[in-house]
Design a protein around this ligand. Sequence first.
Ligand code: UTP
Length: 290
Amino acid sequence: MRKITKAIIPAAGLGTRMLPISHAVPKEMLPIVDLPAIYYLVEEAARSGITDILVITNRDKDAMEDFFDLSPEYISALEAKGKINELSEIKRIADMANVYFLRQKETKGLGHAVGRARSFIGDEPFLVLYGDDIIFSRTPVCRQLMDVYEKFGKPVVGVKPVPVEQLAKYCSLKVEDVPGRDDLFFCTDMIEKPKPGEEFSNLSILGRVLLTPDVFDIIDGLEPGAGGEYQLTDAMRELARGGGAYALEFEGDRFDLGSKTGFLKANIIKGLQHPETSEELRDFLRSLDI
Ligand code: UTP
């Protein structure tokens, strides 16, 4: 079985739910305390053993590329001031993985964005980390999916139960139980943004999938789907209907950074954990009369 070393982070969306800020600052660069959202995605992939990451981006998102670079001015200024810890943190981030960038050119949907990565991926299985979704977990979610792939050799999608009334914003999976596992299912079909009555189950894909390279031929043949976009779910549906896929109910808390509440919640969680902010933030939250 091929070792998985590559991942794609589609991050070329317009981020309309985070307007007005997203019109001038890429939402992937909004800070979770002192690190941008894109950091957590690259870190999760790197901790899972991924060495090469392609970020699908657009013309307004160069700040992401700068974040993983080393600025000579900064390096010499930090050296001169003896700020050794800050310096080694910036170097650590730059060395986490080989991070590449490719512009999508036209914002035609998540399926279209993933399709741009075909020549980068070649004929290997690979991970997709949706650029909006950060997940705080004990074991990185990419690693959790890789463990399933290494056992069964089929595509694996990361899922969570979603309240039925919210499924219309997500997708819904048709699944069968896997004997002996209550966190793993076998998926044979799926539907993107189901209308009421079209749902298969309350399980939806949230933020991480591990795909096999045959998905690229399917993506190339896609017709526009829900919302007029080329939907990755429509391509993964063909994988599910063909050889089937596994659906792993992963361990971890997911935050949708494309939404204002998801962004605020992630900041509170990380703020309560950060050594420089935890105590004061805890006291402040306790003091609020809410
Ligand atoms: P979303 O539809 O949730 O993100 O796409 P969006 O389009 O940026 O958000 P809103 O709805 O306008 O607020 C899920 C992921 O797919 C990426 C997005 O950047 C996000 O990480 N995406 C989406 C692309 O890379 N290209 C696209 O054409 C569409």
